[in-house]
Design a protein around this ligand. Structure first.
Ligand code: SAM
Ligand code: TMP
Ligand code: ZN
Length: 409
């Protein structure tokens, strides 16, 4: 097995530091009875580039296998995330979008969770969304959507039809895209001279700190830091001018890029760069130590589930997240230990989780009757879910979490 790969950002050498083994597509929920030989698997492993420090997967899944008509993730499913995007849209309206007739482009607008607010305010906008099902939901709520992958050619077409964009935005989308050359070339083509490209994605610093290894799955190809984003931007004549830590999805950073020299970088950029140096976030030794903690979580979680099973306790999964594919398939957790996973997404209900084949059921099943324990796969929505499921706790139910370590609350 080779442990050296070529960096998808700069062509430098990538050193592999963790191997999760054979993994399915994290959002490919299986129809019961389907031919299991048709399930797609790949080797999920992570490495770091010795030149630009970008942490990335070493194997790439063809994009059409992940993002298609039936892509099941609907962003508006979380009220917390709806509020998060409304707040940011409001902020854009007050800052970047005050000129005459501004224009916003969003990559990966999904069901329109963010553009809904801007469309409501009458802002000229375009969502670029390859997953047809969610794009239709956005269109049905009055959002202008183009059903395609954003890349350089898309950017050229948008420019000729709509003119330059004052804001290009992407949430939980840029880190999904291995072909970054084409994306950033497209941003350069489409962005107005003083425009900004803003994107928010899971932050490697938080993943290391919380040992949130389940952020690593097929769709998350890159794991950004201020350092690696700065290097990536510089290769395309762009500059990192602002960063903001976000509490959503287990810890993210919102990065703002502008054309080189167009804006003065904020103090937050140098502060985060200094913090990353202090914490040695981009050092191979730090990532290898993270890997040791991941292995311990697997050992502890499997031991706990086996013990509870042996004691005749019931454990149900909560939230059939994309993240949980890594947990179940890496730890070897199947329907023998967890009879079903409760999830509010209709498109996932009635199906089986990828690889592990645990049935996904409507949240009504969760209370009928309550299990003894719930394994919280959607730990990034813990506050929202625990508030919603107060009766479960009142009835003596306990939550099992595995991030930052295996514990029961
Ligand atoms: N922005 C939403 C959010 O934060 O909840 C959706 C995030 S979802 C995890 C990622 C989205 O990116 C999917 O809807 C997918 O179809 C879309 N996507 C993937 N590749 C893309 C590309 N090249 N251009 C535009 N969208 C893309
Ligand atoms: P995410 O971690 O990628 O945002 O996915 C969250 C998953 O958890 C998604 O499938 C919806 C599900 N979910 C529930 O079942 N109940 C809830 O209250 C929330 C917030 C999410
Ligand atoms: Zn590199």
């Amino acid at each position: 097995m080779s442990t050296e790969f070529v960096c998808r950002i700069c062509g430098g050498r990538v050193h592999e530091f963790f191997d999760f083994g054979r993994q399915p597509l994290s959002d490919a929920f299986v129809v019961p009875g389907a031919d299991s030989r048709e399930e797609f698997f790949f080797r999920l492993a992570t490495g770091i580039c010795e030149k630009c420090t970008m942490v990335q997967l070493t194997e790439e899944v063809p994009r059409g296998r992940m993002f298609h008509e039936d892509y099941p993730y609907h962003s508006s499913g979380s009220s917390f995330m709806r509020a998060h995007f409304e707040e940011f849209a409001g902020r854009l309206l007050a800052t970047e979008l005050t000129a005459d007739d501004p224009f916003v482009v969003e990559m990966g607008c999904n069901d329109g969770v963010m553009l809904g607010t801007l469309a409501g305010a009458g802002v000229r906008h375009l969502g670029v969304e390859p997953s047809g099902g969610v794009a239709d939901v956005a269109a049905a709520r009055g959002i202008r959507v183009r059903k395609s992958f954003f890349e350089e050619s898309t950017a050229r077409e948008i420019l000729s039809e709509d003119g330059p964009a004052d804001v290009i935005y992407a949430a939980n989308t840029l880190c999904h895209i291995p072909y970054m050359d084409s994306i950033l070339a497209g941003v350069r083509v489409l962005l107005a001279p003083d425009g900004v490209f803003v994107f928010e994605d899971p932050y490697l610093g938080d993943i290391i700190e919380r040992t949130s290894f389940d952020q690593i799955y097929d769709e998350h190809f890159f794991f950004f830091t201020a350092r690696s984003v700065r290097a990536m931007a510089a290769l395309h004549g762009l500059e990192l001018v602002d960063v903001e830590r976000l509490a959503v999805h287990g810890g993210e950073v919102r990065y703002t890029l502008a054309r080189e020299g167009a804006r003065t970088p904020s103090g937050a950029v140098s502060e985060l760069l200094a913090e990353e140096d202090r914490r040695k976030v981009s050092e191979l030794a730090t990532l290898e130590e993270f890997g040791q903690r991941v292995n311990k979580i697997r050992t502890d979680l499997v031991a706990l589930l086996n013990r509870l099973h042996g004691e005749g306790r019931t454990v149900v999964g909560y939230g059939a997240t994309a993240k949980s594919a890594t947990v179940n398939n890496f730890c070897g957790i199947g329907p023998g230990l967890i009879p079903f996973v409760s999830d509010s997404t209709p498109a996932k209900q009635g199906r089986l989780t990828p690889g592990a084949h645990i049935p996904v059921r409507d949240p009504k099943a969760f209370a009928d009757p309550y299990p003894d324990y719930a394994l919280l796969f959607a730990w990034n929505h813990a506050d929202e879910i625990m508030a919603k499921e107060r009766e479960f706790s009142a009835a003596g139910g306990r939550w099992i979490l595995y991030v930052p370590d295996v514990h029961i609350v």
